[in-house]
Design a protein around this ligand. Structure first.
Ligand SMILES: Nc1ncnc2c1ncn2[C@@H]1O[C@H](COP(=O)(O)OP(=O)(O)OP(=O)(O)O)[C@@H](O)[C@H]1O
Length: 203
């Protein structure tokens, strides 16, 4: 994994809004090596917004995000060039981040038969697996995963869950927003609705 220091990710008294609406406030947590946290909440409660704030892509309205170690984000975008065949698109990240051979990841995620297919032709589930392969190839310690299981078949869900477990067992950090249950040992849960301003809470 990139960087030798122990990774950490924390939020301190975080509040984010979209337009005039405050989605959550007073949200704090601290994650260290080997931590996995499941962010739950109904549609529109702010899970993606939280992940974007943690990734540094959105400025919180109040509070701070602190991290030590490189952050990798997996969301609905793969980060892969849509016009390149998958194999070449994955190699691009490998050359940028200087990581090892992606062959193992390609095998694990059953992407071998798709290496010659342009990224834009991949199905939803194939694209999700490709995005995860790119993330794995980057070898970063902190994973922010926005709905990593959506669009996956049962077998792929198991494989992706196993890869997340392996990442945290190896000392990485994973924060996962998901509507699906996650079979990951030691997983903690952050219910984002607990941090909604009182006026936003459902009865
Ligand atoms: N650019 C934007 N401008 C204004 N409001 C936005 C913007 N992007 C998102 N929102 C609103 O912010 C709220 C939170 O959206 P977000 O995507 O964080 O929710 P979520 O919990 O991830 O939802 P889901 O479970 O559907 O993925 C939603 O009400 C959404 O409509």
């Amino acid at each position: 994994m990139q960087g030798s220091a122990a990774p950490s990710l924390s939020a301190r008294d975080l509040a984010c809004r979209r337009g005039d609406r405050v989605l959550f406030r007073g949200l704090s947590f601290e994650l260290g090596p080997g931590a996995a946290m499941h962010v739950t909440g109904a549609n529109g409660t702010g899970k993606t917004t939280l992940i974007r704030a943690l990734a540094g892509l959105k400025t919180p309205f109040i509070g701070q995000v602190l991290s030590s170690g490189a952050i990798g984000l997996l969301d609905e975008r793969t980060g892969l060039d849509p016009d390149q065949p998958l194999g070449r698109a994955l190699q691009f990240w490998q050359s940028v981040d200087g990581c090892g051979d992606p062959a193992e990841t390609v095998t694990l995620l059953v992407l071998g038969p798709l290496l010659d297919v342009p990224v834009r032709y991949l199905s939803t589930g194939q694209r999700k697996r490709a995005g995860l392969a790119a993330l794995l190839g980057r070898n970063v310690p902190i994973w922010l995963l926005d709905e990593p299981l959506s669009g996956l078949d049962a077998r792929a869900m198991e494989q992706v869950t196993a890869l997340i477990s392996e990442h945290v067992t190896g000392g990485g950090i994973a924060l996962i927003a998901s509507h699906q249950p996650l079979a990951i040992e030691g997983l903690t849960t952050l219910a984002i609705e607990d941090y909604a301003p009182a006026a936003e809470r459902l009865p």
